[in-house]
Ligand binder design. Structure first.
Ligand SMILES: Cc1cc2nc3c(=O)[nH]c(=O)nc-3n(C[C@H](O)[C@H](O)[C@H](O)COP(=O)(O)O)c2cc1C
Ligand SMILES: CC(C)CC(=O)C(=O)O
Length: 341
């Protein structure tokens, strides 16, 4: 399709609806239960106003940052999302190519429909791995080791999905994986009998060779436990509003977590990032970097690798414009004072 029609992230979703099966679209777009949290993720960003600075002499802002010793060109990461072959026939290979062209870290889901070995061959930018801990802890351990051996540079353990949420809309959409869409590294859907606990996090930390981030923390007390259990980083996330409905927007939860963490480890966030100004707001409120989920899925559905690249590039360009207009030459210069109080 003609990508010049897509000027912002909403344009991708509008076009993706027409190109995806109803089942796949509903899977990606839907949230849990009454979808209040998914709505709040957006409304909370919209309610935050920015404080501009004029005549600040900033021409080209510098979006680079260093995270876990990795040098990144910008703070926009691709969130882990499952089943990319539902969205595009080239699946995760297209995502990896698209991420490479946009200089973005791609966090590959445990529910990838392409084997890790093939994704690493395609990638030109750092890959991180998202982990679902399964009842079979030995399988979990060997999956972590495989990802590390293949050069994945960080491990994001998803901790907010002890059970998947009440996904009425996904179910009504008739969600079902086609027979030729295979999750090579996951033995069937999540249906765990042996719940993940803080002890498991300590266990994983005892042998992990890459930084371990916990994805899905929303409050200060869990953030503190994450640090005490040895986590190298925290991702403030409500799973894009897909798990527990009526938990707060992530941009509302972020400042509390950031306060508690007090710079001991990097805090990242996801949920509702649709504009460069959202990236700026998240950084101002304590995030080192952000992840983007649904818009990347829609970019992939619209135009494979090129769609993924363009989604990230639009956000990056919008972030640069927001940095110029708020007078921030660097990412570390984005602080609370960009928010209108
Ligand atoms: C289609 C889809 C699949 C997802 N699959 C996973 C997954 O496999 N593992 C995971 O940790 N999070 C998963 N998530 C959650 C995302 O990583 C992320 O937290 C969320 O999408 C961010 O919100 P946003 O979509 O508003 O950007 C998924 C989200 C979507 C939309
Ligand atoms: C296999 C699913 C649990 C993947 C996921 O995290 C999601 O759909 O939100």
């Amino acid at each position: 399709m003609d990508l010049s029609e897509c000027l912002n992230l909403a344009d991708f979703e509008e076009r993706a609806v027409e190109r995806m099966s109803k089942m796949a679209y509903e899977y990606v777009a839907s949230g849990a239960a009454d979808e209040l949290t998914i709505r709040w993720n957006r409304q909370a960003f919209d309610a935050i106003k920015l404080n501009p600075t004029v005549l600040n002499g900033i021409g080209q802002p510098d979006t680079r940052l260093s995270l876990f010793g990795q040098e990144l060109s910008h703070p926009i990461l691709i969130a882990p999302t499952a089943y990319h072959k539902l969205m595009h026939p080239e699946g995760e290979l297209a995502t990896a190519r698209g991420a490479g062209a946009a200089a973005a870290v791609y966090v590959v889901s445990s529910f990838t429909t392409t084997p890790l070995a093939e994704i690493t061959r395609e990638a030109t930018q750092p890959l991180w791995f998202q982990l679902y801990v399964r009842d079979d802890r030995e399988l979990t351990k060997s999956l972590i080791q495989e990802a590390e051996d293949r050069g994945f540079r960080a491990l994001c353990i998803t901790v907010d999905t002890a059970v998947p949420g009440v996904r009425n809309r996904q179910e009504k959409g008739g969600f079902r994986l086609p027979d030729d869409v295979i999750t090579h590294h996951m033995p069937g859907p999540l249906d765990e009998k042996k719940p993940l606990t803080w002890k498991d996090i300590e266990w994983i930390n005892s042998f992990a060779r890459t930084p371990v981030l916990l994805k899905g923390i929303l409050n200060a007390s869990d953030a503190e436990k994450a640090i005490q259990s040895g986590a190298s980083g925290i991702i403030v996330s409500n799973h894009g509003g897909r798990n527990l409905d009526t938990v707060p927007a992530t941009i509302d939860a972020l400042p509390r977590v950031a306060d508690q963490v007090n710079q001991r480890v990097p805090v990242l966030m996801d949920g509702g990032i649709r504009r460069g100004t959202d990236v700026l707001k998240a950084i101002a409120l304590g995030a080192s970097a952000v992840l983007v989920g649904k818009p990347v899925c829609f970019g992939l559905a619209c135009a494979g690798a090129e769609g993924v690249t363009k989604v990230v590039e639009i956000l990056r360009t919008e972030l640069e414009i927001a940095m110029i207009l708020t007078g921030r030459a660097t990412i570390s210069g984005i602080d609370h004072s960009v928010i209108w109080k």
